[in-house]
Every structure is written in structure tokens, then in C-alpha cells.
Design a protein around this ligand. Structure first.
Ligand SMILES: C[S@@+](CC[C@H](N)C(=O)[O-])C[C@H]1O[C@@H](n2cnc3c(N)ncnc32)[C@H](O)[C@@H]1O
Length: 203
């Protein structure tokens, strides 16, 4: 039994962050009645942004009970769900218009990542969108110090796994999706600039 959720409980109790506006450019793709799921929501900045823009049908999901406690307290109008995405997504086939996954799909080995992506594909409606950001393999500053590389670009520091993606990984893992946008970007939300892949994919 791992304790990855407890690791994240501690992080969420200690640190705060902010919404950096990355989702704004996709808002026109989303209809007001769309079913929206945010995976690995943490403090749910993305869901809050959508809630403030009058999207109603949002479920913010995470496996950290502490993160969800904070979200529920701060945003009683936002629906939340505790789930561990590595165990699958408890949603029906073709039930969701939009899945948002900001900086949460890069904590798994290749097999588990592949499984989660299959689950996302299953749950999305035809023409539904996955809008996400993940670690780039060029983000050398965020490889945990002293971590072991267990498989290509997957590091383990004794606490959590961190995976870093190159373009070939993304093309392989998301091959069933149509790419609407895929770009390597710099993010300045953290202390050190982070290099990540941002993408918007359609089923
Ligand atoms: C770097 S944080 C990002 C949080 C939020 N999306 C943001 O950008 O502010 C990663 C999040 O993924 C969540 N997470 C990690 N592994 C998960 C899993 N197996 N199932 C569900 N959530 C998970 C963590 O609890 C954490 O909230």
C-alpha cells in the first residue's frame, strides 16, 4: 500500500499557489451546460475559474482528502469527488464533454499513465476535449535531487514518482486523440521556471 495521497495531503496543507490563466484560451471550446471533470484538482484553481465564468456542471476530483477539505470549505458551490485516478475513473463511457488535468498526469509509470489515458478516452464523449499540462523532459530543474530513474524519464525520490514527457511520448500515449494544440511552454507559477507541455486534444 503506498501513501502517495498522504504525501499530497502534506503538500496541500503547507503550500498555496495561484491560477496562472493558462485555461483562458480554451474557454470558447466549452459550452455552458457541458459536463466538466477536473482531475488532480488540488486547490481547484481551474474549476474555480470555470465556476466564476458560469459553467455549472463541474466535478473537481483529487485523492488528497486535505485538498478536497480546503476546496469544499472555500467553494461550497463546487462539487468534489475523492478518487485515485490510477485505479480508473468512476464515470460512465462517453459521459463527459471536458476533462481538465493540470499538472497531475505525471506521477505514474508508463503502464499506469497509459491506463489513465485510456480511461480519459473512455469517459469523454465523441468530440470531447482533454485539456492538460504535464512535465516536459526539458524541465531539468524539477527532477528531484538524488532521485533514481526507474524507467525512461520516470524518477523516484523515495516519496513520489515524477514523469517527464517528450514529444514522442505524447504522440504515442495520446495517439487515439486528435491534436488541437500541443506546445512546450514556460510556466512561472513556481519558484523555479517550469517547462511543460500544454495540450488540448479531441476524442
Ligand atoms: C502538482 S498538483 C496540481 C494541482 C492542481 N491541478 C494545480 O495545478 O494547482 C498534483 C495534484 O494531483 C493529485 N494527484 C496525484 N496523484 C493522484 C491520483 N493518483 N489520483 C488523484 N489525484 C492525484 C495531487 O493530490 C495534487 O493535488
Amino acid at each position: 500500500m503506498n501513501n502517495f495521497d498522504k504525501y499530497w495531503d502534506n503538500i496541500h496543507l503547507k503550500y498555496n499557489s495561484t491560477y496562472d490563466g493558462w485555461l483562458n484560451k480554451y474557454i470558447n471550446l466549452i459550452n455552458k451546460n457541458d459536463v466538466i471533470i477536473e482531475l488532480g484538482c488540488g486547490r481547484a484553481y481551474c474549476s474555480n475559474y470555470l465556476l466564476k465564468n458560469n459553467f455549472k456542471n463541474i466535478t473537481a476530483c483529487d485523492f488528497s482528502s486535505k485538498a478536497l477539505d480546503i476546496v469544499n470549505k472555500e467553494n461550497p458551490n463546487l462539487e468534489t469527488m475523492m478518487l485515485d485516478m490510477s485505479l480508473g475513473l468512476p464515470f460512465k463511457d462517453s459521459s463527459t464533454n471536458i476533462i481538465i488535468a493540470d499538472l497531475c498526469l505525471h506521477y505514474f509509470d508508463y503502464v499506469t499513465t497509459n491506463y489513465i489515458i485510456d480511461e480519459i478516452y473512455r469517459v469523454l464523449k465523441p468530440n470531447g476535449y482533454l485539456i492538460a499540462r504535464v512535465n516536459s523532459a526539458n524541465d531539468k530543474l524539477h527532477i528531484p535531487i538524488g532521485a533514481k530513474e526507474l524507467e525512461k524519464n520516470l524518477f523516484y525520490d523515495g516519496q513520489i514518482y515524477k514523469k517527464f514527457f517528450d514529444k514522442t511520448d505524447l504522440n504515442t500515449l495520446f495517439k487515439k486523440f486528435k491534436i488541437c494544440y500541443m506546445q512546450e511552454e514556460n510556466m512561472s507559477r513556481y519558484e523555479k521556471t517550469k517547462i511543460l507541455w500544454e495540450f488540448c486534444l479531441r476524442k
